[in-house]
Design a protein around this ligand. Structure first.
Ligand SMILES: O=C(O)c1cc(=O)[nH]c(=O)n1[C@@H]1O[C@H](COP(=O)(O)O)[C@@H](O)[C@H]1O
Length: 292
């Protein structure tokens, strides 16, 4: 069997071919109504399939938010499986926004669900939480790497309530004195640097979530030093609806800008089923014009 292509390499190829815009697939009840779809499993399926159709060949990445499918139980999950399958068949990288975390043995099962080749919920990467310690998700990171998959570990999230916990300073461990967000970020950088072929990689396969609306310096994230090698994938929600400005991208992410994935959901989905393709193309151009 041939070796899987590392997720970081696949992401790098997508950046080169399509740029760094990621379309979030978040079928909020209000958006379903605007799209003329029922608030049901059938509605989220149609919504997601149309979003995938519009995204294909215009961008390289989509990020379905599982919560909006889970609302509809097993049928919602069936819809999500279909949408992720169609997206991957269309050549899109799929980041499953599931934000899972638990003790190691349980979180491994989440990794198996979302990242195992052949799983009905197979994605290319998943969002994951290290609230139980970076060590708790280590086995998921190992399995992801072996399968050519990626993880995005929550570090400094875009919601304002997050800062008190994420900016708290560690008292113990080798990273004592770092903020929680800083320790997670440097831990993920170190993980990428510890891979066997790290020196040949442009981008690592493990990334972090750093929201565009948060002050990264206050969160203890270093955006001034030399960029990490391999580069750090950064899932960056918060642009668009939450108020982050694309024109500030370089200012916000500094030396981490090269790894940034601009992820927007509502600002694009609000264009409706007839306008979404144009909205994606327009936003992809705007993101490209930032010139990271
Ligand atoms: O992991 C995420 O994607 C995420 C992390 C974060 O810090 N903030 C954040 O908004 N998200 C997700 O990104 C999407 C943002 O949606 P919009 O605000 O509509 O662009 C939602 O699916 C959120 O769950």
């Amino acid at each position: 069997m041939s070796e899987p292509v590392p997720f970081g390499d696949r992401l790098e190829a997508v950046f080169a071919a399509y740029g760094r815009l990621c379309v979030g697939i978040d079928p909020h009840a209000s958006l379903l109504a605007e799209w003329g779809q029922p608030d049901s499993a059938e509605g989220v399926r149609e919504f997601g399939l149309r979003a995938v159709e519009a995204a294909a060949d215009r961008v390289g990445i989509v990020k379905p938010q599982v919560a909006f499918f889970e609302r509809h139980g097993a049928a919602g999950y069936a819809a999500l499986e279909r949408i992720m399958g169609e997206a991957r068949d269309a050549g899109l990288l799929v980041i499953a926004d599931v934000k899972r975390g638990d003790i190691g043995s349980s979180v491994e099962a989440y990794g198996d669900a979302w990242l195992r080749p052949g799983s009905s919920l197979e994605a290319d990467a998943m969002t994951i939480s290290a609230y139980q310690g970076l060590g708790s998700i280590e086995q998921v990171m190992v399995a992801a790497e072996e399968a050519g998959k990626g993880v995005f570990v929550l570090a400094a999230t875009s919601n304002p309530e997050a800062s008190a916990i994420q900016r708290a300073v560690l008292q113990q461990s080798s990273r004592a004195g770092s903020t929680v967000a800083g320790a997670i970020t440097s831990g993920v950088v170190a993980w990428n640097q510890g891979r066997a072929d790290a020196s040949t990689r442009a981008l690592g396969s493990a990334g972090v979530v750093l929201g565009a609306t948060t002050d990264l310096a206050l969160a203890g994230i270093d955006t001034n030093s030399e960029p990490p090698r391999p580069g750090l994938p950064v899932l960056a929600p918060g642009f668009g609806h939450q108020g982050g400005e694309l024109s500030d991208l370089r200012l916000i992410y500094g030396s981490l800008a090269a790894g940034v994935i601009v992820s927007e959901s509502r600002s694009i989905l609000a264009a409706g089923p007839d306008g979404i393709a144009d909205a994606i193309a327009r936003r992809a151009d705007q993101v490209g014009a930032v010139g990271v």
